[in-house]
Design a protein around this ligand. Structure first.
Ligand SMILES: *[C@@H]1O[C@H](CO)[C@@H](O)[C@H](O)[C@H]1NC(C)=O
Ligand SMILES: *[C@@H]1O[C@H](CO)[C@@H](O)[C@H](O)[C@H]1NC(C)=O
Ligand SMILES: *[C@@H]1O[C@H](CO)[C@@H](O)[C@H](O)[C@H]1NC(C)=O
Ligand SMILES: *[C@@H]1O[C@H](CO)[C@@H](O)[C@H](O)[C@H]1NC(C)=O
Length: 298
């Protein structure tokens, strides 16, 4: 490629000639072309040569008689800027593990790689987006450049899972569903509603104490009491007739496990009686009392 756009030597530009020159260049479809100084080997003269545009390189420097000769970059090579390089640069970026190519190598741009979905770049590596722990929700989703941002769930909201996508969810409203609050929600779990009646003197509405709904309500009620985690573990051991070894976790995690265990147990047979006995055995008397009171289990 030979550039046809001739630029006069601008060694001594003066203010008055500058504006008309730019106008002329614009008319010719040439933006102001950068130049460089080059000493001609034959004549030993100092020349001002035109640079080559992006995508090309200097095949031959200019001489007194002809302008710079530019040629397009070969495959897998590029020049991004006006230049007087004698060779194009090699597209040296190679996409690594967990990366995807977001910009191909062409004559003007190096290859560009980015972390794949679910990863962000940290110190040259692609690292998986963090999950927000239970009690924390996603405030800002991770991007290829930034990790997930989590925040503690504020009052009225909860998150019960490890998730890199879920924000904190608002607690449900039992009244709107015509139910009553069985367990107040916190940052780790939702509010739990029940239609198991608590008022003794009204037998016209809702399930009666001792039936399925009430048993579930009892399970929820007990599981989410502020029982110390060692006591929770003990309670579960009493109810499991062949206790398994289990690791202690956070209270919220233990509560979830205990509740899941009770729900599983209930698939086999009613658990109300057994649970009350276990509460007594574990010396959780006040909780046993509250449960009896609340669910009319005298
Ligand atoms: C090379 O890729 C860049 C970015 O994708 C694009 O802007 C440019 O036009 C391309 N150049 C050529 C010569 O195709
Ligand atoms: C969340 O992740 C932590 C640590 O990786 C783990 O201990 C815990 O059991 C997980 N909790 C849930 C609800 O998946
Ligand atoms: C229903 O029971 C509550 C206490 O649980 C009592 O205050 C109220 O007077 C009772 N109402 C009737 C109609 O018996
Ligand atoms: C019993 O419950 C129903 C529905 O909640 C209510 O309309 C009714 O007034 C209640 N009766 C008493 C005696 O509390």
């Amino acid at each position: 490629m030979l550039l046809s756009c001739h630029v006069p030597n601008l060694r001594h530009p003066s203010k008055w000639m500058f504006a008309p020159l730019l106008l002329l260049l614009a008319k010719l479809g040439c933006s102001a072309q950068p130049t460089y100084q080059w000493r001609d080997a034959v004549s030993n003269a100092q020349l001002t040569c035109q640079q080559c545009p992006p995508g090309t390189f200097v095949a031959q420097h200019c001489t007194r008689d002809r302008p710079t000769q530019c040629e397009p970059c070969p495959d897998l090579h590029y020049t991004q800027y006006w230049n007087y390089l004698e060779k194009c640069r090699y597209c040296n970026v190679i996409c690594g593990e967990k990366q995807v190519e977001v910009q191909q190598c062409n004559s003007t741009h190096n290859r560009v790689c980015q972390c794949q979905d679910g990863y962000y770049s940290e110190m040259e590596f692609c690292v998986r987006h963090s999950k927000c722990l239970p009690g924390f929700g996603v405030e800002k989703l991770g991007t290829p450049f930034e990790n997930t941002q989590c925040r503690a769930c504020p009052r009225g909201f909860f998150s019960s899972s490890n998730s890199s996508t879920k924000p904190c969810q608002p607690h449900q409203n039992c009244e709107q569903q015509g139910k009553v609050v069985n367990v107040e929600g916190n940052q780790y779990h939702d509010t739990l509603c029940t239609s198991c009646r608590r008022d003794r003197n009204n037998s016209t509405q809702g399930p009666a104490p001792g039936d399925d709904d009430c048993e579930q309500a009892l399970i929820d009620f007990v599981a989410y009491q502020n029982i110390p985690i060692r006591k929770l573990k003990r309670l579960q051991q009493i109810l499991e007739h062949s206790p398994r070894k289990q690791a202690l976790g956070t209270r919220a995690a233990m509560q979830e496990k205990f509740r899941a265990f009770l729900i599983h147990l209930r698939e086999g047979h009613p658990v109300t009686k057994e649970l009350l006995v276990a509460l007594r055995t574990a010396k959780l008397h006040s909780i046993e009392e509250q449960a009896r009171e609340r669910f009319l289990l005298r």
